[in-house]
Design a protein around this ligand. Structure first.
Ligand SMILES: NC(=O)c1ccc[n+]([C@@H]2O[C@H](COP(=O)([O-])OP(=O)(O)OC[C@H]3O[C@@H](n4cnc5c(N)ncnc54)[C@H](OP(=O)(O)O)[C@@H]3O)[C@@H](O)[C@H]2O)c1
Length: 325
């Protein structure tokens, strides 16, 4: 099959298509003929050699954490899928390829009305958002959450999910156009951080945040903690601006704050399986109905994965970038 294989690390130009052996599905795995693969910030880091795949190291290093396509073969113990079915899946690598093998319980059926690109835009953004809001932050209807980088892939999914769950949202973005777009996704207040400090809006217009979903890190640390109501939770999902902070432990203990980090890819298989199964029961039906929407900004052919990475780095995206295979 053809795949983007990392034989060296570096800029977008190292993403080249090579011919490699097809993956062989294990007994509980399905082999997917990939039609579309989502692009993630983690792929950019992996391409630069700063985010190696989890052990055991694969024989060939193919990026790509999510995909949609048809099942073409199934392992001996697979019971949920048959060849020919349309599926989407969360993988720990290998989706920038014509085929990828994945545990059957990390995949879910895709309705005919959903395009391949839309289906491939779901796994990372919606699983990360759902997990962060519910299982990491423990949020319930009526509470408040601050969501950074809200026009990006994870942010736009998290804003939709929170709104659907009845959670009030303050969102941050880097332009007036993005602010208008995120307001349309249901956020109560959207802050263009180039014009206004989000802490001012939190203080003036809300009772304080029950949780912050932080994708930015370093530069937002102090204002994130100041935004939290007593007992609030800061969930560290991404570190786009860097990961070094100076912490005031006094503020943490005085206001009983919690700081917790989360990552999908490095989680043990059994935890990923459990999360995906909860997501299938609780969120997937709403995506299928169309009340939650996979938001695809742009698609690029797999051959132009380098262009897709360069575009992501420009921070212009509304929703997800997807490769078509
Ligand atoms: N923990 C996990 O399991 C997990 C899973 C998926 C993603 N992530 C992480 O989550 C983060 C966001 O991913 P994504 O897929 O949503 O990315 P994305 O779609 O590329 O969106 C990122 C957006 O963040 C904003 N941004 C970039 N650098 C910034 C900075 N220095 N300060 C403030 N805002 C900045 C930009 O929008 P503006 O114009 O609005 O600034 C950019 O478009 C990444 O760090 C990614 O690695 C973590």
């Amino acid at each position: 099959m053809q795949a983007i294989v990392l034989t060296e690390y570096g800029g977008p130009e190292v993403l080249r298509v090579s011919e490699v052996d097809d993956p062989v599905p294990g007994s509980e795995e399905v082999l997917i003929r990939v039609r579309a693969a989502g692009v993630n910030r983690a792929d950019l880091l992996q391409r630069e050699g700063r985010y190696p795949p989890p052990a055991p190291a694969p024989k060939v290093e193919i990026p790509g954490l999510e995909c949609a396509g048809e099942v073409v073969a199934v392992g001996a113990r697979v019971s949920l899928f048959k060849p020919g079915q349309r599926v989407a899946a969360l993988v720990t690598g290998g989706a920038y390829a014509e085929k990828v093998a994945v545990h059957e319980r990390l995949a879910w059926p895709v309705p005919a009305a959903m395009t391949w690109a839309e289906a491939a835009a779901v796994p990372e953004a919606f699983l990360t958002g759902y997990d962060a809001l519910t299982e990491q932050a423990g949020l319930m209807a009526g509470q408040w959450v601050l969501i950074h980088a809200a026009a990006g892939g994870v942010g736009s999914a998290a804003v939709q999910l929170a709104t659907w769950m009845g959670i009030h949202v303050v969102a941050t973005v880097g332009s007036a156009e993005k602010a208008a777009w995120v307001r349309g996704l249901g956020a109560d207040h959207v802050v263009d951080y180039r014009r206004q400090k989000f802490l001012e809006v939190v203080r003036a217009r809300t009772p304080g945040m029950d949780a912050v979903l932080d994708l930015v890190g370093q530069t937002y640390w102090d204002d994130n903690l100041q935004s939290l109501a007593p007992g609030g939770v800061l969930v560290v999902v991404g570190t786009l601006a860097g990961d070094r902070v100076e912490a005031s432990l006094g503020m943490l203990l005085g206001r009983r704050l919690t700081v917790r980090g989360t990552a999908l890819r490095s989680r043990p298989l059994e935890l990923r399986l459990a999360l995906v199964q909860r997501f299938i029961r609780r969120v997937l039906p709403t995506l299928v109905e169309g009340r939650l929407k996979p938001l695809v900004d742009t698609t690029f052919p797999l051959l132009e994965a380098g262009r897709a990475h360069a575009y992501m780095r420009e921070n212009r995206v509304y929703g997800k970038i997807v490769l078509t295979v």
